[in-house]
Design a protein around this ligand. Structure first.
Ligand SMILES: Cc1cc2nc3c(=O)[nH]c(=O)nc-3n(C[C@H](O)[C@H](O)[C@H](O)COP(=O)(O)OP(=O)(O)OC[C@H]3O[C@@H](n4cnc5c(N)ncnc54)[C@H](O)[C@@H]3O)c2cc1C
Ligand SMILES: NC(=O)c1ccc[n+]([C@@H]2O[C@H](COP(=O)([O-])OP(=O)(O)OC[C@H]3O[C@@H](n4cnc5c(N)ncnc54)[C@H](OP(=O)(O)O)[C@@H]3O)[C@@H](O)[C@H]2O)c1
Length: 459
């Protein structure tokens, strides 16, 4: 229970990041019986994190959670401060002087590395860059991808790999009326890609695609999905995995892969080849990627903990583009404990833990991908944020002994530093303009892809 009274009655809580986990934390706080004032701080002028800049443009239904977030922004105790990067424009310790608690919901902004020779050759990209580019994220606006190449390799068998594959495989006519960024649509219209290898280090039973996403890859008009029948044969430990009642997705995936293995050749414009039990060991090329060497793997270990080990046999596949889609990775923020190995903030039930002393840091909390790592769909973040907010509410007695000034003080500090913050009303202006721009080309919106353009609109 808050110990505060009068003017100081509000419990001031800052949330860093405006993706799903940040919004679900705000929702849980605002629904609680505490007198909470929430300030959500976002480094971009636009809210919604990966729902805006990650979820694929041809999956508009999956962006509908924005309607829920929009309702949260209309709560009188909710404030949005966009265009503010915590750790650069304002430090964690400054935020602590102004708020009773801070929830870090800053996601996983970076990507994992394969750690192989040639990984940084031009033509070798991360899924993060490509996804950000086609979704109009300002950080990736000026990236270029040589779509003149005929063969692309995607490393990874997860849903992000499926998104990248679909965007590369689909014709632009199928993307034209989505909210895909115009620059990406123009580049994809010139694409000469014919073959996309989608490679996984383990087998078809361990692939992390959800069956719906995998099925979609087999249903793209003019595109043939293929797999090798022999690679779809399963051994004993895989059969145990398939028989588990909690693992029905694996069986559905296997059925789909088998149907791709049996598919008759067609006059397809493009093909997608799923390959299993292979790991990249080197990218070759002088000025640009020309080929990838893959080592053939065998699985070792028991059901559900099988890992891939190299058999020593290698094959080299000529290709001109490589996308690694092997998982995202959190980034440290100055003043916030960070587990470098796992790329997450160490925590106990959402309470940030200082690893050096093994104790929670009073007033610091974490949720979402920066808390549990880069896995889980939008909805997974809801339970995660509820857990964190329950910890905050349990701790409030100890946190609210000292009055804190909250948003007013933060605004004053940022104004003193000359930072043009973006309010929720400003976002509504950007939003309306994007929708208006989209109407001309039959798109739900035409996103602004540069921060300067957005700030200019607001000036
Ligand atoms: C490519 C891709 C596609 C996906 N598609 C789907 C899908 O179709 N359906 C589905 O259910 N799930 C999907 N997911 C998963 C889903 O997007 C995540 O579960 C979810 O976005 C994680 O939420 P988050 O709030 O932890 O992080 P994020 O959504 O990444 O939000 C973090 C926010 O913090 C901000 N931020 C970062 N650092 C700072 C800082 N220092 N200061 C201020 N702000 C900061 C970021 O700009 C961002 O807005 C997808 C994920 C990816 C990567
Ligand atoms: N439509 C949707 O609902 C949707 C869309 C996009 C993303 N998402 C969600 O977002 C989360 C993140 O997705 P993601 O695809 O980035 O991650 P993911 O599901 O964890 O998949 C990562 C893939 O990379 C492989 N990998 C990891 N390290 C590797 C290495 N060093 N070498 C080779 N391969 C490696 C993994 O193989 P191993 O299994 O062997 O580790 C796995 O196949 C997931 O929960 C996903 O479901 C959902």
């Amino acid at each position: 229970m808050s110990q505060l009274s009068g003017e100081q009655e509000h419990v001031h809580i800052a949330i860093v990041g405006s993706g799903p986990s940040g919004f679900y934390a705000a929702e849980a706080l605002l629904r609680s019986d505490q007198n909470v004032a929430v300030t959500m701080i976002e480094r971009l002028p636009t809210p919604f994190g990966l729902v805006r800049s990650g979820v694929a443009p041809d999956h508009p239904k999956l962006k509908q959670s924005i309607l829920v977030y929009d309702r949260i922004t209309r709560d009188e105790n909710f404030n949005f401060l966009g265009n503010v990067t915590v750790g650069r424009d304002v430090s964690v310790s400054e935020l602590q002087t102004m708020h009773h608690a801070i929830i870090f919901a800053n996601g996983a902004q970076n990507d994992r590395h394969m750690g192989i020779q040639g990984e940084n050759l031009p033509g070798s990209h991360t899924a993060t860059e490509f996804v950000g580019w086609y979704n109009g994220h300002p950080d990736f606006r000026d990236r270029t991808f040589d779509l003149e190449q005929e063969v692309a390799v995607i490393v990874g068998h997860g849903n992000v790999a499926a998104d990248v594959c679909r965007i590369l495989a689909k014709s632009v006519d199928e993307l034209r009326h989505t909210d895909i960024a115009e620059h990406a649509l123009e580049a994809l219209a010139q694409s000469r890609i014919k073959k996309i290898h989608v490679i996984g280090r383990r087998g078809p039973v361990q692939a992390k695609f959800t069956p719906k996403e995998l099925r979609e890859l087999g249903e793209i008009p003019g595109v043939r999905a293929c797999a090798d029948q022999q690679e779809c044969n399963t051994a004993e430990q895989c059969d145990i995995e398939l028989a588990a009642p909690t693992n029905t997705a694996a069986g559905k995936n296997l059925t789909l892969f088998l149907s791709y293995a049996g598919a008759a050749p067609t006059g397809a414009v493009r093909s997608i080849l799923f390959q299993f039990y292979v790991s990249p060991v080197e990218l070759h090329g002088t000025d640009y990627v020309e080929a990838i060497t893959l080592s053939r793997n065998e699985l070792t270990g028991s059901a559900f903990s099988q890992s891939a080990i190299s058999s020593g046999v290698t094959e080299t596949v000529p290709c001109g583009l490589v996308f690694r889609s092997i998982g995202y990775r959190g980034e440290p923020i100055d003043g916030l404990p960070f587990d470098v190995k796992r790329g997450v903030v160490p925590h106990d039930g959402g309470r940030v833990v200082d690893d050096k002393v093994g104790q929670p840091v009073p007033g610091l909390y974490v949720t979402g991908w920066i808390k549990r790592g880069p896995s889980g769909i939008i909805g997974t973040n809801r339970a995660d944020s509820i857990e964190t907010v329950e910890s905050i509410i349990a701790d409030l007695g100890g946190l609210t002994n000292t009055p804190k000034p909250g948003l007013a003080a933060l605004r004053a500090l940022l104004a003193e530093r000359g930072i043009r913050t973006v309010s929720i009303e400003d976002w509504h202006t950007i939003d309306a303009k994007e929708i208006e721009r989209g109407q001309k080309s039959g798109k739900p919106r035409e996103k602004f892809t540069r921060v300067d353009e957005m700030l200019e609109l607001l000036s």
